[in-house]
Design a protein around this ligand. Structure first.
Ligand code: B1M
Length: 216
């Protein structure tokens, strides 16, 4: 059983009430509720319920969209508490959701965790063209390229980025990481990604370890 305030937050999130979600996240923080508990039991739990209803045709795209907006609004309030930004710069990461894909909640979580791990993060947003990942990485001198995909139909666009890196002779220059609900280790191996991680916190841990090892 989660705290009543978190259940209320989850309910508002499901209704897409961004203002109420933001206010409750702030209230929960003021009441010293653990930020991870707020994320998991207040925000993500609401999103999971919406996802299940979406799958069962009980709610449709507009409802999911407003719920996602409320989720992102809550995340923005939570971010400074969730992420104690490391003082030591670790490296640079370019991140985005791949071409054709508009899902950004998981990607936004990875951004936060990477920042927390000490990365300078260049967030290219959603629906990112393969060449844009590469151009940005070249421009800023990135160490890591991170790609997120939530649709089985957009996962192949991760391969396009890796293929293009190989064609340009740039693959070894970057650590390429992939993730998102339909992605798994077998797919990552198949397309030649360096790392697959199942969640945002692990993504940041693995990115930090990989960059440190590469630069050692
Ligand atoms: Co969409 N959607 N959606 N949707 N949506 C899913 C993904 C779906 C599974 C729902 C379902 O049918 N059950 C389904 C995909 C089916 C499939 O391909 N297998 C689906 C569909 C079909 C669609 C549309 C096609 C629907 C339509 O139009 N008919 C459409 C596509 C639009 C497009 O992208 N071109 C669509 C649209 C949308 C909205 C725009 C309405 C909205 C997105 C809004 C937004 O993101 N701002 C939306 C949402 C919200 C969802 C669900 C409900 C929730 C996704 C989410 O945010 N989860 C989703 C159902 C579900 O997942 N249960 C669904 C929470 C988030 C924290 O999890 O992103 O998985 P996730 O991130 C996790 C890990 O995966 C990981 O870290 C996070 C946890 O720490 N991770 C990484 C993510 N990226 C990573 C990268 C890494 C490492 C880890 O390294 C680089």
């Amino acid at each position: 059983m989660s705290l009543p305030i978190l259940e209320e937050m989850s309910g508002f999130l499901q209704k897409g009430r961004a203002k109420n979600v933001k206010a409750l996240v702030q209230q929960a923080l003021d009441e010293n509720v653990n930020p991870k508990e707020i994320l998991n039991d207040g925000l993500l739990s609401g999103m999971m319920i919406i996802g299940e209803k979406f799958k069962n045709n009980e709610v449709f795209v507009p409802e999911v969209l407003v719920a996602a907006r409320a989720m992102n609004a809550g995340l923005a309030i939570l971010e400074p508490k969730l992420v104690e930004v490391g003082n030591e710069p670790v490296g640079k990461a370019v991140i985005g959701t791949v071409k054709g894909d508009l899902h950004d909640i998981g990607k936004n979580l990875v951004v936060m965790m990477l920042k927390g791990a000490g990365f300078e993060v260049y967030d290219e947003g959603v629906d990112v063209e393969p060449e844009k990942f590469i151009a940005k990485a070249e421009e800023v001198g990135a160490d890591v390229i991170c790609m997120s995909a939530l649709l089985t139909t957009t996962m192949p666009n991760m391969k396009s980025v890796i293929d293009s890196l190989n064609e340009k002779g740039l693959k070894d220059k970057y650590i390429v990481m992939v993730g998102g609900a339909p992605v798994n280790q077998a797919f990552a191996d198949q397309i030649g990604a360096d790392y697959y991680t199942p969640d945002a916190a692990t993504a940041a841990e693995v990115a930090k370890k990989a960059v440190t090892e590469k630069n050692a």
